[in-house]
Ligand binder design. Structure first.
Ligand SMILES: [Zn+2]
Ligand SMILES: [Zn+2]
Length: 461
């Protein structure tokens, strides 16, 4: 392969040695040990085009801009979470300041299963690193249009949830078919809410498919949609568990396939998600991705047993993927002329009821989500959430979110909703108002009869 142009690529490596779900759980501290050895052995950190950064912490305020943590941010995160999210934000700052062209946050804990409301850990995630980054980019750098491509074997259901009503975030997830793997969602009819139709795109892949189909989806769907959407910033939720040796997934992607995808997508930032073949896959996939980001030759990176992945993809399953791609391209092309009232109904609000299961913490959550259908802005949103932990009384909270680009009418209605919910305090133990337009977050706690305010830094701080 010809030597590609050198790039300046930032790297934060944070294996979170003190954070694990349990000593034998796949999401444990050894996950990145072999990756670290591989990167050192290859002398990658000595390359002039790669710059390593020390990790940084995100603030509780940055988290409250995205999540409703119950009862509060500090009860859902450890320092490791603050560092994982903070490292992504640090690399994004360095990209925007033109210190580097792109970056790779090789961090854990992962985040893409964390939804807007957080009662506990789901799919090994408490807070969503990419979502926190998106709102940080908007607030700190005035960036509006962002694309997130999720290449983990599991559907990025948390990221989807957070941006489901956001027309300025294009979220594309390809993953193993949800009928065959956690979290059981991510089908092609999940396309976003009435104000953000077709800015959520899911491709469920039949198990067993490899690089050939992976790149068919990338070339024919992911890249054309991104070109058309014209994002100012591209994030890759880089899950490596599509690898053919991964113990949790059943796909057959290779390190080379992942690196080619990285080269084609050319993201500003790759943020590590899953990947549990800690010895046979992660060191090779992570190294290949890093080299691809830096514009270096990755063709020599070859995992053991590489030939096992060279089988041809099953033609019937490939044909199924081709039909889905065609269907989604069609939806994308006609999305602006679609009669959303036909799909979502008419009226001032669109609402959906949802059951959310926290597999790691055994919490059952029931949500009633309502979004204001507004002609002038993405509309404010409310969530009535009730969580049953299996012991003690269920916790019921009311959450209100005002979007970054809210119109004055939606903002005023949202504050009214907050006052009304506070009056109904016997129903809710906590009421939250997250106003992204002013970067102000309020929490009212019934037991203490007290309101907490979190305000962002003032200009110049
Ligand atoms: Zn995963
Ligand atoms: Zn509005």
């Amino acid at each position: 392969m010809a030597v590609l142009k050198n790039k300046r690529t930032g790297l934060v490596f944070f294996p979170a040695f003190d954070w694990a779900i349990s000593p034998t759980h796949p999401e444990r501290e050894e996950r990145l040990l072999y990756t670290r050895d591989q990167i050192f052995e290859e002398g990658v950190l000595d390359l002039p085009c790669i710059r390593e950064y020390a990790p940084r912490l995100v603030t509780a305020h940055d988290i409250a801009r995205v999540h409703f943590c119950v009862p509060r941010v500090q009860s859902q995160v450890t320092e490791a979470h603050l560092i994982a999210a903070g490292s992504a934000a640090l690399l994004a700052d360095a990209v925007i300041n033109k210190e580097i062209i792109n970056g790779f946050a090789l961090v854990r804990p992962p985040g893409h299963h964390a939804m807007r409301v957080v009662h506990g850990n789901r799919g090994f995630c408490n807070i969503n690193n990419e979502a926190i980054l998106v709102e940080y980019l908007r607030r700190r750098h005035g960036i509006r249009r962002i694309a997130i491509v999720d290449s983990d074997v599991h559907h990025g259901d948390g990221t989807q949830d957070i941006f489901y009503h956001d027309p300025d975030v294009l979220f594309i997830s390809f993953h193993q078919d949800g009928r065959t793997i956690y979290p059981g969602t991510g089908f092609i009819n999940e396309l976003g809410g009435p104000g953000a139709y077709a800015t959520t795109i899911n491709i469920p892949l039949p198990p067993g498919l490899g690089d050939e189909t992976f790149h068919y989806v990338v070339d024919n769907l992911v890249l054309p949609l991104i070109r058309d959407f014209k994002p100012e910033f591209i994030i890759n939720s880089a899950g490596q568990d599509n690898h053919f040796t991964d113990p949790l997934g059943s796909m057959r992607f290779t390190a080379r396939g992942y690196a080619e995808f990285t080269r084609k997508l050319n993201p500003h930032l790759a943020v590590l998600e899953g990947g549990y073949a800690i010895e046979s896959a992660l060191p090779y996939v992570n190294l290949a991705i890093l080299l691809a980001l830096a514009g270096q030759d990755y063709s020599y990176v070859r995992e053991p047993d590489y030939r096992a992945a060279q089988l041809k993809d099953n033609p019937e399953r490939v044909a199924r993927v081709e039909r889905m791609v065609e269907q989604l391209l069609n939806i994308w092309a006609t999305r602006k002329n679609i009669d959303t009232e036909k799909i979502f109904g008419s009226g001032p609000f669109y609402q959906r009821r949802r059951q959310i299961y926290y597999d790691t913490d055994y919490i059952e959550e029931e949500q009633q989500e309502r979004v204001r259908i507004c002609p002038s802005c993405p509309g404010y949103l409310t969530i009535d959430s009730r969580a049953d932990r299996g012991y003690g009384p269920p916790v019921r909270v009311f959450c209100i979110s005002v979007p970054f680009a809210a119109c004055p009418a939606c903002q005023a209605e949202a504050y009214d909703a907050y006052v009304q919910a506070r009056e109904k305090m016997n129903q809710y133990s906590l009421v939250y108002l997250q106003d992204k337009s002013t970067d102000t977050f309020l929490t009212f706690e019934r037991e203490k009869g007290q309101e907490w305010i979190s305000e962002g830094p003032k200009a110049g701080e």
